[in-house]
Design a protein around this ligand. Structure first.
Ligand SMILES: *Cc1c(COP(=O)(O)O)cnc(C)c1O
Length: 391
């Protein structure tokens, strides 16, 4: 076991010990606990970057009048990821966000403004009842009329319900989940897009994809078409940086088409490269550096290997749960296994996230298989669950 290097604060030292002991058993939340940033921190302290106060305020795609930012690296990261989500080389824009929710905030805000500018009408936001709550929160914050579309038992937005709820006199801002938080469902975008296409009287349509977790690994698998803006027809996408990519604090990617960017209100701020379309003023300069670092150090080949491995281990976990007869379900392309909820003690021990669904007989828990999973820790979990089921 690791020993704690004392901080001189007893309480803090105790918490370090708790983190060291519990994180390897962290099964319920989608955080990659294998840090890709060891040598980043060596470089960071060796050069005293920790003593510098950089700031990425402003647009990474417009030349900035100051050098005290890491925007050139931020821009390279967005340029690296744009083709991974199939944005055309001359038709994308983006930034590194504070989190997946911050990316959704930009998607919903950009979408609403794009539709208003295009049509002169107030849009309605459509999102499934299984989507992450941040989308409902942000729609509320942005004062957007919202219609919750029902999802099927596996968590996908129901096309017929979307069609029934559609107000064809108003622009439609649709948020798709590519990996719903609890059940790991991917909304069937081609089918839902076909519903929208059946109504040419709709004044305009905008689609934002919330791909906080799955948007990290899907581009590096043979299922990459699922997050292709060209094939799935979406205008923007948000992905978290601390989930699959393992950045050690909340961060994310936001990408949209250039047309969407061009239709935003441009606050003309002379002291900030005159071009402020994004929501926040000061933005973190370190996360873009971390992102840039892992693009160089980890890269596509290793991410493909990790993606394959977590999907194999997900299948392994499901197989082991079937073997002991513990009811469990998993969506296609998903690393999230949801199951009948075990005892509160076991759920706590493995930090399992929980939810209610009467269609599955009540209380559910889920496991999100990430890079720190192994056959051994899955076997230990399954043995503990088997004991728990007997009791
Ligand atoms: C985790 C998650 C979010 C929230 O992302 P943060 O980076 O935690 O803000 C949004 N949507 C989905 C589908 C998620 O899984």
């Amino acid at each position: 076991m690791k020993t704690v290097k004392s901080s001189g604060f007893e309480k803090l030292d105790r918490w370090v010990e708790i983190w060291q002991q519990t994180l390897p058993k962290y099964f319920g939340y989608p955080f990659n606990e294998v840090s890709p940033l060891r040598d980043f921190y060596e470089w960071y302290y060796a050069n005293g970057i920790n003593l510098m106060n950089l700031n990425n305020a402003g647009d990474p795609f417009t030349d900035t009048p100051w050098e005290v930012s890491s925007q050139v690296f931020e821009r390279e990261v967005i340029e690296y990821f744009a083709p991974r989500y199939d944005f055309a080389p001359d038709n994308f824009w983006g930034l590194i966000t504070h989190s997946g929710s911050d990316g959704n905030n930009h998607g919903i805000y950009f979408g609403a403004n794009y539709l208003k500018h295009l049509t002169g009408l107030q849009p309605i936001l459509y999102v499934s009842d299984e989507a992450h709550y941040s989308n409902m929160r942000l729609a509320h914050l942005q004062n957007l009329e919202t219609r919750l579309v029902k999802s099927d038992t596996m968590g996908r937005m129901i096309a017929d319900d979307l069609e029934q709820q559609l107000d064809t006199q108003r622009p439609a801002l649709v948020v798709y989940a590519a990996g719903s938080t609890f059940k790991g469902a991917i909304d069937d975008m081609p089918t839902l897009n076909a519903v929208l296409a059946r109504h040419p009287e709709l004044p305009a349509v905008y689609r934002h994809v919330d791909a906080a977790l799955f948007g990290g690994y899907l581009p590096f698998t043979e299922h990459r078409h699922l997050v292709s803006s060209r094939l799935m027809g979406f205008e923007s996408i948000a992905v978290s940086g601390h989930k699959f990519f393992g950045i050690d604090s909340p961060s994310g990617l936001f990408l949209c088409t250039r047309e969407v960017y061009d239709r935003q209100d441009n606050f003309n701020i002379p002291y900030l490269n005159k071009n402020m379309r994004m929501i926040n003023c000061s933005r973190d300069p370190i996360k873009p550096l971390k992102f840039w670092w892992i693009v160089q150090r980890v890269g596509a080949e290793e991410w493909s290997r990790q993606a394959r491995r977590i999907l194999e281990l997900t299948a392994y976990l499901k197989q082991q749960l079937d073997r002991i007869g513990h009811p469990a379900w998993v969506n296609d392309y998903s690393n999230t296994v949801f199951m009948r909820c075990p005892s509160p003690e076991l759920a706590h021990q493995y930090q399992l996230a929980q939810n209610e669904d009467e269609r599955f007989g009540g209380r559910l828990a889920h496991v999100v298989v990430m890079q720190h999973f192994t056959e051994e820790n899955i076997d230990a979990f399954v043995r503990a669950l088997q004991q728990d089921d007997i009791r």
